[in-house]
Write a protein that binds this ligand. Structure first.
Ligand code: NDP
Length: 296
């Protein structure tokens, strides 16, 4: 007689508050991985498709939170989290906040949750919704706060996207998240300026795009040199394009913008900092000294 093998692997229940674009993507990933899922959303109609896919739908936040120990929050912003959880019993719960926050708000929420008897983990999602539940997309979430909570639920948290723990300080996930996003917006500013320069010329944006993309990718390697210089305190190590040369060269960029009828408003703040650093006698250094000028 052949023996039957029975699938007994336990899948931790997940409670999810918030079914916007991101929350819905998270919900689908946990459902697809077989986790029992209870969802709540302010606008109840958004939960209907997920109910059809196997999620239990709670009518209130309190009812949802009562349905499981691991409670994941993916609402719009800090204020919506505070409103939604106001007065809800959290003792014994493991609260994971995935709302984009500041380090200060995340630390305050950790203290607030711990005072209510909950363990707290804060998260910063480095992905857009289509990258969730698609391992090849390389999405991940920074987590910080309770290391015990993270270790206990590491596999559950890794279902929608990779999970990277960055420290017991609950503010560190937000700090890492915002550091990466801030770098990204600097890059977006450069991209906007580059396309503006060729607009109106016989240069197709589609032809510039691969050139600009590969140039930015090559230049992104400078983050490693910047980090080494910040750690050693020696801003002259491995310098290939010194500050004095770059300050002299910026005139060409500004004049080209003028010739092309393009505003220099995205370039000048950075150039001003370079000039300031040069005036301090740092012409032989790399651009790393700008970091110190930004610290207040
Ligand atoms: P959406 O705007 O799609 O959804 C917002 C969600 O918050 C909805 O469920 C909405 O409910 C709910 N909500 C808003 N205000 C309140 C409130 N006062 N009380 C209760 N619920 C409220 O946002 P996303 O899902 O895209 O984003 C969610 C979080 O994920 C944000 O913090 C965002 O920064 C973060 N994130 C998003 C990314 C993205 O690309 N989408 C990328 C990385 C992080 P209702 O349906 O009733 O309006």
């Amino acid at each position: 007689m052949g023996e039957k093998t029975v699938e007994t692997s336990f899948k931790a229940p997940v409670v999810l508050l918030g079914l916007g674009a991101m929350g819905t993507a998270l919900a689908r990933a946990w459902l697809a991985a077989g986790h029992p899922l209870t969802v709540w959303n302010r606008t109840a109609a958004r939960a209907e498709p997920l109910a059809a896919e196997g999620a239990a739908v709670a009518a209130t936040v309190a009812e949802a939170v009562a349905a499981g120990r691991l409670v994941v929050v993916c609402l719009l912003d800090d204020d919506s989290v505070e409103q939604a959880l106001d007065g809800v019993e959290l003792a014994g719960k493991d609260l994971v906040n995935l709302v984009t926050s500041t380090p200060g708000r995340a630390r305050a929420r950790a203290a607030w949750a711990e005072a209510r008897g909950a363990r707290y983990l804060d998260g910063g999602i480095m992905a857009v919704p289509p990258m969730i539940g698609a391992p090849a997309a390389g999405a991940y979430v920074f987590y910080s706060g309770s290391g015990e909570l993270f270790e206990e639920y590491r596999e559950v948290l890794a279902v929608p996207a990779g999970a990277r723990y960055v420290g017991a300080d609950a503010g560190y996930a937000a700090l890492h998240d915002v550091a990466l996003l801030s770098g990204m917006y600097g890059m977006f500013a450069g991209i906007a300026h580059a396309f503006a320069l060729v607009r109106g010329e016989a240069v197709r944006p589609g032809d510039l795009a691969p050139l600009l993309g590969s140039w930015l990718t090559a230049m992104a390697g400078s983050v490693e040199r910047t980090a080494e210089q910040l750690e050693s305190g020696d801003y002259m190590g491995g310098v290939v394009s010194n500050l004095a040369m770059q300050v002299a060269g910026k005139e060409t960029l500004l004049r080209t913008a003028e010739e092309q009828g393009v505003s220099v408003e995205l370039l000048t703040p950075y150039f001003r900092l370079m000039e300031h650093r040069l005036a301090l006698g740092s012409g032989a250094e790399d651009l790393t000294g700008v970091v110190d000028l930004l610290r207040r």
